[in-house]
Design a protein. Structure first.
Lengths: 350, 303
């Protein structure tokens, strides 16, 4: 029994998600200390945590298949705003139901993803710069479609988004849950293996009969769907349209993914994205509560939001520094894997 | 080639809007182009060495804030500001280089994380509002006109350009930089201390960015946080347009200056043609993608 648990832990320690998981647990404990357990675990707190951060979580999840297949798109943030803008404008101008708006937003997101795939995989441009240029284009389109922040969605929708199912389970948490289940189903298909092969080494994958460009197209389509979902969640959260919001999500989701343990190409899993985002979000939460605690504890101590931003950015940077340790752990895991393979062959040899 | 394209663009702009061809426009274009070429100097070095520096914009903004804050409308503090700015640039550059070596991640992400921190420090120090003015004589040394057309900023260029040319083409550091960008393994086998060269190139880039920030503060005469942040991207575009490859080892500063000219003329053209802001954004993005297609396609998988 104990042996089994130990072995399971050893196996988990070698997975990519381990470092992200440890950081996540660390920051959860920190947050509980700062905020008191009863308050932290209360359904209300959980609900506000989820409903505020599900768009970011979905963005990071959208980044995951791209990172695994060895590409990148830092324009996802502004694409969320695009889904938001298209949904609200279709709802407002065409007078259709909001569901049609969401469908059009999803289609817009898929179209932009296909365009980005064309630039990155077919034309083979450097992914970071091509998608950076894409930010400008999408921003321009957004403002053309919706010149200024406006619009309002029916009350029923955002009330549903902020609802607690059965008084315990936040409705917004359904989004990532469904995505996670679908993703773990996908990983059991042929695509699940191909995506890692292409990310690890496109040349070898091609030699093994996998078409890297096609696999990356599938990855980009998954990203398009997830970005669409993120945009829908964003629309439900803000209940209005804004063409220039969420732009920083692109970079934040990238750092979340990397802190969570995703590598560039062929290394990582969806769990990394979840833990990385959790770390990022809870750090900001902790910093906020810590500063408000200080303000209460020390009379005359005031602090501006600039300080909070500085502290959380410094912590994100430190999180990136922590990946020195992660990378070391990953190399160690890889090396041990090789050694084991080697020994097995020796045993078979004699 | 970039020079030819930019001359053509300028001709097109003038053809569409003849009154825009006057001494003032030429002066403004030259000023902005020189400012951009200062900002692009460090980026050129880093790109040749196979890295990427995204903290140029944040450093320029911070140096601009430093300049206006310290000068505060008085003359005679140039050398103090200059020294502090260089120190700041060197410190951040060192941090960039050190972290790029230690954290095994693409330099773009590392430098972006660091530039975020630098920006936040700027916000904390200024509390989000502009503070101070540059000294009047320093401002005059930048915006005064020589013979009606030539901005006196050219005098600074007479110092900076030869310095960068010397560093890149005539010094041992430059030779090592090209070799390292071309093939880091071969460079380290040839006895070059690769890590030292890499840290040095980020330090030079930081110092040049800070210098560009000082000049920019003089040009704007006041500064707030994030004022020059877009230069992180524009300087990169200018360098790439100038023919410096992403893969490292190829490129020159002459090209970057020509690239800076092209970018400035393009944005001048977009302003003169009175396009709306979203259309300008789209045009910028499309131009960037076209340039990437021209210069920076990776090799195909099947060979």
């Amino acid at each position: 029994m104990i042996e089994g648990v130990r072995r399971a832990f050893e196996r988990f320690r070698r997975t990519p998600a381990f470092m992200g998981f440890s950081l996540f647990i660390f920051v959860v404990i920190l947050n509980i200390i700062v905020q008191k357990p009863g308050q932290f675990f209360s359904p209300r707190n959980m609900n506000s945590l989820f409903s505020k951060n599900v768009p970011l979580l979905l963005t990071t999840m959208a980044m995951t298949p791209l990172l695994i297949s060895g590409t990148l798109d830092i324009a996802v943030g502004i694409q969320l705003a695009m889904v938001n803008v298209v949904s609200v404008m279709v709802f407002q101008q065409w007078g259709t139901s909001l569901y049609v708006g969401f469908l059009m937003g999803m289609l817009a997101s898929l179209a932009i993803s296909a365009f980005c795939w064309f630039l990155v995989s077919v034309l083979r441009l450097p992914a970071m710069l091509a998608s950076y240029a894409l930010i400008y284009i999408v921003r321009g389109i957004n403002v053309l479609v919706m010149p200024s922040p406006q619009g309002r969605i029916p009350d029923a929708f955002y009330k549903m988004y902020d609802m607690l199912l059965g008084g315990v389970f936040p409705f917004s948490a359904l989004f990532p849950l469904v995505v996670l289940i679908a993703w773990y189903y996908l990983m059991r298909t042929r695509f699940g293996r191909n995506i890692y092969a292409v990310g690890g080494n496109p040349r070898n994958a091609f030699a093994a009969g996998i078409n890297p460009v096609w696999v990356q197209f599938q990855a980009f389509m998954i990203k398009g769907i997830l970005t669409g979902l993120g945009g829908i969640a964003l629309t439900l959260m803000t209940a209005s349209g804004n063409p220039l919001q969420a732009e920083a999500y692109g970079l934040r989701s990238l750092s979340a993914a990397i802190i969570g343990g995703l590598g560039f190409g062929g290394w990582g899993s969806m769990a990394c994205a979840v833990f990385g985002t959790g770390f990022l979000v809870l750090i900001q939460n902790t910093v906020y509560y810590f500063f408000s605690f200080l303000t209460k504890a020390i009379p005359g101590f005031t602090v501006t939001s600039y300080w909070q931003n500085l502290v959380s950015d410094v912590i994100i940077f430190l999180g990136l520094l922590m990946t020195i340790v992660t990378a070391k752990g990953q190399r160690e895991a890889l090396r041990q894997g090789f050694v084991r393979q080697f020994k097995r062959r020796e045993r078979l040899g004699d | 080639m970039a020079v030819i394209i930019s001359l053509m663009l300028f001709a097109i702009t003038v053809a569409f809007n003849p009154p825009s061809f006057n001494a003032n426009t030429l002066n403004a274009v030259l000023q902005l182009m020189l400012l951009l070429s200062f900002a692009a100097a460090g980026q050129t070095m880093v790109l040749i060495g196979g890295g990427l520096d995204f903290s140029v914009g944040a450093l320029m903004s911070s140096a601009a804030i430093l300049t206006t804050y310290l000068m505060n409308g008085q003359d005679g503090k140039f050398w103090l500001v200059f020294g502090l700015a260089m120190l700041m640039g060197a410190a951040v550059g060192f941090l960039n280089g050190f972290c790029c070596i230690k954290i095994d991640l693409p330099p773009m992400i590392v430098t972006m994380a660091i530039s975020n921190v630098v920006t936040r420090v700027g916000y904390v120090l200024t509390q989000g509002s502009p503070s101070g003015w540059v000294g009047p004589s320093f401002r005059q040394s930048i915006v005064a006109k020589i013979a009606g057309v030539l901005p006196s900023l050219t005098l600074y260029a007479l110092i900076v350009f030869p310095l960068v040319f010397f560093l890149l083409n005539r010094s041992r550091f430059g030779k090592q930089l090209y070799l390292m960008g071309n093939n880091p393994t071969a460079a380290s086998l040839a006895g070059i201390k690769v890590n030292k060269v890499r840290v040095l190139m980020y330090i030079f880039s930081g110092m040049l960015s800070c210098f560009a920030g000082m000049i920019g503060a003089g040009y704007m005469s006041t500064a707030r946080a994030q004022i020059f942040d877009e230069y992180a991207f524009t300087s990169l575009v200018a360098v790439i347009v100038g023919g410096t490859a992403f893969t490292g080892g190829i490129g020159s500063y002459t090209g970057s200056i020509a690239g800076a000219l092209l970018i400035t003329v393009l944005s001048n053209g977009l302003t003169v043609l009175q396009l709306s802001q979203p259309v300008r954004n789209i045009v910028q993005g499309v131009v960037m993608i076209l340039l990437l297609i021209l210069y920076n396609r990776a090799r195909p998988v099947r060979q």
